[in-house]
Design a protein around this ligand. Structure first.
Ligand SMILES: Cc1cc2nc3c(=O)[nH]c(=O)nc-3n(C[C@H](O)[C@H](O)[C@H](O)COP(=O)(O)O)c2cc1C
Length: 353
């Protein structure tokens, strides 16, 4: 049986960059352009049905013969009781009223965790992408073993040393060290645990010293200087998300791309009220409303996201972007809105200079 060697694979890349998987933003076109340009592209199927995931993987395979990464969400599935759901919808009722929209009757669990999604596992075992990455924790060990035995390289996000140790003990091939600067959701395993809030540089250094697996630094890295700093801290590669959101190949809409290149880029915040888990992005009318409430109880992930998406759709129906969900990291002010291949070439030249 041939096991995947992440360190060798990373060394074979022209540029030690992984384009982060970004649910709703990364596309087969983006991932393929990045992989074709000599880095590693990623798609996220965490928020997709199995059929959507199949189409996304097949499309990426049709656009590149190079390896790419497929990302899944491994959150613990938490129940949301009817009282919590009703109280949250009640707290948001004035927002729905303002948009002249009917709030949902209850909140739904809008995605299944990969931990319980046998059909998604079967798809990955059949399609065998070079790499699969896990966010929000790890799936059960038999699932990890099945993917490894299929020759798939496995990486997972850690936000602290304890999570990184679990990743190493589970036999994965690499660790994405996600600092507090990162755009999108914090990959914290247990959302009830206190967040250690480590910066990318400190977390990368800790993990590089304490562990043997290759460390991939993620969070706030936007250019060659950022990549160099991460490599000096002990990272073997870096993962960039926000840097790719303004690429023409990303699925981000025009308002989102404009926000990234405006003054707003300086104002990212960590917010839990959009999805039920902490995530960094631009505050919107929902988060501002929740900040003004005196008492509230946020439902678990991803139930909370159901309400945020309902508000986003209702606002869009009124031609308003006030409730749009726009994730971005602290490095957003340094974004370069270039086609993915041009961005990879620029990063390469900055790294060599
Ligand atoms: C728009 C957006 C969506 C994201 N979605 C995912 C995702 O689906 N899966 C995942 O593992 N990470 C996701 N992330 C987090 C990235 O993997 C990575 O940790 C982060 O982008 C690094 O920080 P940076 O944005 O400052 O580069 C997302 C990040 C952004 C900006």
């Amino acid at each position: 049986m041939v096991f995947f060697k992440l360190a060798d694979f990373i060394e074979s890349l022209d540029l030690l960059v992984i384009q982060a998987p970004m649910a709703g933003v990364s596309t087969p076109e983006l991932a393929a352009a990045v992989s074709n340009a000599g880095a590693l592209g990623s798609i996220s199927v965490g928020a997709m049905t199995v059929e959507e995931a199949r189409a996304s993987i097949e499309k990426t395979q049709s656009l590149t013969k190079k390896p790419f990464n497929v990302n899944v969400f491994c959150h613990q599935q938490l129940a949301c009781n009817a009282a919590v759901s009703a109280s949250w919808l009640n707290a948001l009722a004035p927002l729905f009223a303002q948009l002249k929209a009917k709030p949902p009757e209850t909140l739904h669990e809008i995605y299944t965790s990969f931990n319980d999604n046998w059909a998604m596992l079967e798809l990955l075992l059949k399609k065998r992408p070079a790499i699969v990455s896990f966010h929000f924790g790890l799936p059960p060990q038999p699932i990890i073993n099945a993917l490894k035995e299929a020759g798939i390289g496995l990486i997972a996000t850690a936000t602290n040393l304890a999570e990184a140790r679990q990743i190493e003990q589970a036999g994965l091939d690499g660790i994405v060290a996600q600092g507090i600067e990162a755009g999108g959701h914090r990959g914290i395993f247990n959302s009830d645990d206190a967040d250690s809030e480590l910066s990318t540089s400190v977390l990368t250094r800790i993990l590089a010293i304490e562990l043997r697996l290759p460390i991939i630094a993620a969070g706030g890295i936007m250019d060659g200087a950022g990549i160099k700093a991460a490599l000096l801290s002990g990272a073997k590669a870096v993962q960039l998300g926000t840097a790719f959101v303004a690429c023409p190949e990303s699925a981000a809409n025009a308002n989102y791309k404009t926000a990234l290149t405006s003054e707003k880029a300086y104002q990212t915040q960590l917010m839990t009220s959009i999805s039920g888990r902490p995530a960094r992005g631009f505050p919107n009318a929902l988060t501002q409303w929740v900040d003004s409430l005196r008492e509230y109880c946020i439902p678990p992930y991803p139930f909370t996201y159901d309400a945020a998406k309902a508000l986003q759709s209702a606002a869009r129906a009124n031609n308003s972007a006030d409730f749009d969900v726009q994730w971005a990291g602290q490095g957003a002010p340094f974004i370069r809105a270039l086609p993915a291949e041009a961005l990879i070439q620029l990063l390469k030249s900055e790294l060599q200079s």
